[in-house]
Design a protein around this ligand. Structure first.
Ligand SMILES: [Zn+2]
Length: 380
């Protein structure tokens, strides 16, 4: 059975796994991410691959990375939590490992894995929403990953839900992830503890006596114990989540939403209020089918499995050339879908896509499982 290697690069760790054609991980390992240095991060990825190649014969490498990846699966345009800025990651890793490499956004890789092998099996129209420190997402339409024109589709965390609302790390106000993420859950709990220390006694106890000591795991624990204040926090965040999903359904009409990310480990605490709010907010709700809202099944392994499977498919489809030739081949052959009508896909050298970089800089989207540079709060 042929093997590929999947890599999931987050702000704190690099996870690598050898994956077979059924999506099963044969062996996996983890290394810390030297997030301040793109070169060292590429080297850590390459070393993990070489380590695994010592015991397994793999044919290609797929990398899911917490950042904006270009349309041809080659470069990282921008990463909010890592030092990547227009970084030729495919080339850097291929130079070390001698295998063809595909680079993909980590939430896209997870969305693909959940569609093929996880919670959304059997669906062709899927949106994965990863609720972590921020909100990440991946979109599958007609059974194919949807990347958008520039490769950065599926960043709804910065969709504005409240005009002039809470300030977001991206510089805008009122972004969805300020209301429906792990950071929002923690913010609600801390604010409540400061305002009403009496009813928040259990939260404060778990937080070591201060509102600032309350983090995601404490809120989840208190909610599982039945603490009313913690349950209220999940109710608020879950409601924002469900309302946002209804807005996304108005655009995409998916058959299934998969909720992943660290906060989804709270299970029904998050899903139930989200489902209720979704049903209430969906336009024409009584007269139309409703998308399923399901918990992710593959957990932290979704990124590794999805990246490996995408690399396998790209290789089988002749769309994953190795080495420097690849950039030229891929610049005229997108990984999936027909040639865009508005011109050929950008290659790394012919276009640094200024509008994209500008937009990317403006929207420092937090990806699931990583810590925003300006915030230490994480619910993962
Ligand atoms: Zn934002």
């Amino acid at each position: 059975m042929s093997l590929t290697i999947g890599i999931d690069v987050g702000g704190t760790k690099v996870a690598a796994g050898v994956v077979n054609s059924r999506g099963r991980i044969i062996e996996k390992l983890k290394r810390p991410t030297p997030s301040a240095s793109p070169e060292r991060t590429a080297r850590v990825i390459a070393e993990a691959v070489i380590d695994l190649l010592g015991r397994h014969q793999a044919e290609a490498v797929g990398i899911g990375a917490a950042g904006y990846v270009d349309a041809v699966g080659s470069d990282i345009l921008f990463a909010p939590n890592l030092a990547w800025r227009n970084e030729p990651l495919k080339e850097q890793v291929e130079d070390h490992v001698g295998l063809p490499v595909l680079v993909e956004n980590d939430a896209n890789a997870a969305a693909w894995a959940e569609t093929m092998l996880g919670a959304a099996r059997g669906h062709e129209h899927v949106m994965l929403v990863a609720v972590g420190t921020g909100i990440g997402a991946g979109i599958v339409i007609n059974g194919r990953l949807y990347r958008g024109r520039w490769g950065i589709a599926g960043e709804p965390g910065h969709y504005r839900v409240v005009p002039d609302g809470r300030l977001c790390g991206c510089g805008n106000r009122g972004c969805w992830e300020q209301y429906a993420s792990g950071s929002a859950l923690v913010a609600e709990a801390r604010e409540f503890a400061r305002r009403s220390p009496g009813p928040a006694v259990r939260l404060l106890q778990l937080g070591g006596g201060s509102a600032e000591g309350i983090n995601g795991p404490e809120v989840t624990q208190a909610a599982h114990e039945g603490d009313a204040a913690a349950l209220r926090c999940f109710e608020i965040v879950g409601t924002w989540l469900g309302q946002g999903l209804a807005a996304l359904a108005a655009i995409l009409d998916p058959g299934c939403f998969v909720i992943g990310g660290g906060v989804s480990e709270a299970g029904d605490l998050l899903i139930r209020p989200a489902q209720a709010a979704f049903s209430g907010a969906l336009t024409g709700g009584t007269y139309r089918p409703h998308a399923e809202i399901k918990l992710a099944q593959l957990g932290a392994e979704a990124g590794v499995i999805g990246a490996a499977d995408l690399a396998r498919r790209a290789l089988a489809g002749g769309k994953l050339a190795s080495g420097k030739l690849a950039a030229r081949v891929q610049s005229t052959a997108p990984l999936s879908g027909p040639e865009p009508r508005d011109g050929p896909s950008p290659s790394r050298r012919t276009s640094t896509t200024k509008p994209v970089t500008k937009a990317a800089m403006a929207a420092s989207a937090a990806q699931p499982g990583t810590v925003q540079p300006t915030s230490v709060a994480t619910s993962r």
